[in-house]
Design a protein around this ligand. Structure first.
Ligand SMILES: Cc1cc2nc3c(=O)[nH]c(=O)nc-3n(C[C@H](O)[C@H](O)[C@H](O)COP(=O)(O)OP(=O)(O)OC[C@H]3O[C@@H](n4cnc5c(N)ncnc54)[C@H](O)[C@@H]3O)c2cc1C
Length: 419
């Protein structure tokens, strides 16, 4: 895939990774087609947080300017003690330190903008087109089938079809996402309904500890009139049908949120009572066992985004890491020399990406423990719970928010060419 070799690239899945990849490849002059099973409109609920590591990428691709006024920008999460006093701040962005504040934005709004950009830039996205299976993978290409029976040939097939990826199942039939025992229930509440006390901070996300798990609130629209509000704790595993049933059961959803409400802070009590039932969703945390390779044996199928490494949401990095994957992949393919094979480049790319994902999984586990019920935290070693280590300066986040991907790619290309 040197600039002279212009492969036909098929991208399965038009979520954040798939559309982001299409835009990043297009910027490097690689043609591609995205196959997305869902219709163009209205697929996602809730908001996501975009951090400086992905905002830098979105800026380079001409996307950031279009979305920044559509979300809520902020620096850090304020961490409260049981009395409601702020004890620490966990940085999720900072214009001063990392060039960008974090941005909370509705997934729908973000994906809609990515779709519009694809349309404007002439990128081919085929909606309501479902991948079914791989017909054949050859040394020089792949044939795959859609659910309607159509067979399509491409030089390279990229799987960005999410955590339950069907393409990954072809490459790794025995690897499946694993529930890690934690369930989040959250929904939207109008700011006007919150019982705001003098110590409550309303200009940033805020986390209140609790006997039944921490409660998090975060503005999620551009004027801060609506907050995401919810909690997480251990919960027994369910089948996929079981999760679907619970997600639609208002009694269960409100019951989960309301457990131990009497011991919660007044603002949290008001949030729980004010949450709009229709907005409530659940998120059972799943992680994916480490894939030996993010590509198939013959190297013509490549896996990225949630399909390669689902990260639980506590660090808010799933979409951010998916965007790092796609941008670094496109840049590497464009900058590698002709003498470097795609397989060599993909192997290095995977190791570079996996290193960051591993570090994040460790951080996520510590942050999850910070959100556990107070009594459960007492059973853990100090090192298992996240701690602010830099005196609150935010510097401990630099590795995450300023990854300098292009610098690393250029260094590798230079080194590799010398060998
Ligand atoms: C409630 C919630 C809140 C989140 N909050 C954050 C956050 O704050 N910050 C953050 O960084 N991340 C967050 N995430 C995680 C983030 O959304 C994911 O990590 C990210 O969307 C991964 O992108 P993806 O494109 O790899 O997968 P997905 O977004 O899952 O997209 C996969 C796409 O593939 C399509 N697809 C699947 N199968 C097929 C098929 N057979 N044929 C064709 N198309 C197919 C799907 O329809 C979908 O559009 C959140 C996730 C959820 C659910």
């Amino acid at each position: 895939m040197s600039p002279k070799f212009k492969p036909e690239i098929a991208i399965i899945g038009g979520g954040i990774a798939g559309l982001g990849l299409a835009i990043a490849l297009h910027a490097q002059d690689f043609p591609c087609t995205v196959y997305e099973q869902a219709p163009e409109k209205g697929r996602f609920s809730g908001a996501i947080m975009l951090a400086p590591n992905s905002l830098q990428i979105l800026d380079t691709l001409g996307i950031y300017e279009r979305i920044k006024s559509k979300g809520w920008s902020f620096e850090a999460v304020a961490m409260k003690d049981m009395e409601g006093k702020t004890t620490d701040r966990i940085f999720l962005g900072s214009k001063r330190l990392f060039k960008y504040d974090a941005l909370r934005i509705y997934r729908n709004v973000f994906v809609k903008e990515l779709q519009a950009i694809c349309h404007e830039r002439g990128i081919n996205v085929k909606y309501e087109t479902k991948y079914s299976h791989i017909v054949e993978e050859r040394d020089n290409g792949v044939t795959f089938a859609l659910a309607d029976g159509t067979e399509i040939n491409c030089d390279v097939l990229i799987a960005s079809d999410g955590i339950h990826s069907k393409v990954r199942q072809h490459v790794y039939p025995d690897i499946a996402p694993q529930y890690n025992g934690i369930l989040v229930v959250c929904g939207a509440v109008k700011r006007d309904l919150l019982n705001v006390g003098p110590d409550d901070e309303m200009d940033c996300p805020v986390m209140y500890p609790g006997k039944n798990g921490a409660f998090v609130m975060a503005p999620q629209n551009n004027d801060g009139s609506e907050y995401k509000a919810g909690t997480q704790r251990k919960f027994e595993a369910q089948t996929r049908e079981g999760w679907d049933k619970l997600a639609k059961d208002p009694k269960f959803l409100h019951g989960f949120l309301e457990e131990g409400i009497e011991d919660r802070q007044p603002i949290v009590q008001s949030a729980i009572r004010g949450i709009d039932t229709d907005s409530i969703y659940i998120w059972a945390f799943h992680t994916l066992p480490k894939l030996p390779k993010w590509s198939s044996e013959k190297g013509r199928i490549i896996i990225l985004g949630d399909a390669a490494h689902a990260i639980p949401p506590t660090t808010g990095q799933g979409a951010n890491q998916a965007l790092e994957d796609v941008y670094s992949f496109a840049v590497l393919m464009a900058r590698k020399s002709e003498s470097t094979t795609v397989a060599e480049a993909v192997d290095w790319w995977q190791s570079m990406r996996q290193e960051r994902v591993d570090k994040l999984l460790e951080l996520t586990s510590k942050l999850n423990n910070l959100r556990m019920p107070v009594e459960e935290q007492k059973k853990l070693e100090a090192g298992e719970i996240f701690q602010v280590e830099d005196g609150g300066s935010g510097e401990q986040w630099r590795w995450l928010f300023r990854p300098e991907l292009e610098k690393r790619i250029d260094e590798w290309c230079k080194e590799h060419d010398k060998q």
